[in-house]
Design a binder for this molecule. Structure first.
Ligand SMILES: N[C@@H](CCC(=O)N[C@@H](CS)C(=O)NCC(=O)O)C(=O)O
Length: 214
């Protein structure tokens, strides 16, 4: 999504995480995690760059977007780092975003019927915290204003996974609570954004990625 927002020319390669290709493990990311940003070596690019953390990759893309040598667009592109956030706001934002994915993943990976409700309650509390943040932030459409920032690039794919897995596996009780209207609206808005639409992968890919835990 950050690449699309910055109008970078990129090639997307989907990795089957249930059956990771040898070339990916050997030459790209020995940890085997996704996503990985790879800037290939070439004239003006030195030895190239590999970044295996999505937040660091977003920051790199934002930072380097004016570097034509790296293959980035020459035209004016938006700044993705949020402006005017003080340390307290940054911490709060990181906390509310950071809470969602581990709680969601715990629900998906859980195989004990007896724990479903307990884990669903934890997830609900994280989603409610995110919803409260969005309510306080109104009338901003996105997390830090009316244009997406690196924080939205970080959060949007996670909420997409949550929405898709929740709709395919109702028994896991993964859902956006009805009372979280601001969060539901946020998901609609971010998923409708052209940069999300351009870089979003199909629901079947999301489900295939989680299949080994099911
Ligand atoms: N901090 C990393 C975490 C990446 C990560 O844990 N990715 C998961 C998928 S969401 C993964 O690749 N897990 C290993 C696997 O599925 O085999 C990031 O945000 O990029």
């Amino acid at each position: 999504m950050a690449l699309a927002l910055k109008k970078v020319d990129y090639q997307r390669v989907l990795i089957d995480t249930a059956n990771k290709p040898d070339w990916y493990m050997r030459d790209v990311n020995p940890h085997g995690t996704v996503p990985t940003l790879q800037v290939r070596a070439g004239p003006g690019r030195g030895d190239g760059v590999i970044i295996t953390d999505s937040e660091q990759a977003c920051a790199f893309i934002d930072d380097k977007a004016h570097s034509v040598q790296l293959g980035f667009a020459e035209e004016i592109v938006p700044e993705l780092a949020p402006k005017n956030l003080d340390e307290h706001q940054k911490q709060r934002l990181n906390d509310v975003i950071g809470g969602v994915f581990p709680a969601f993943a715990a629900c998906v990976k859980n195989t004990e019927e007896a724990k479903v409700d307990e884990l669903a309650v934890v997830l609900e509390s994280k989603l409610t915290a995110l919803n409260d943040y969005l309510v306080e932030n109104k009338p901003s459409m996105f997390l830090c204003g009316d244009t997406p920032t690196t924080h939205d690039c970080n959060l949007a794919p996670k909420l997409y996974h949550l929405r898709v897995v929740g709709s395919h596996l109702p028994a896991k009780k993964i859902r956006i609570p009805e009372k979280c209207a601001a969060l539901s609206q946020y998901i609609r808005d971010i998923e409708a954004h052209p940069a999300f639409q351009e870089t979003c992968y199909p629901e079947a890919v999301v489900m295939a990625g989680w299949s080994k835990f099911l």
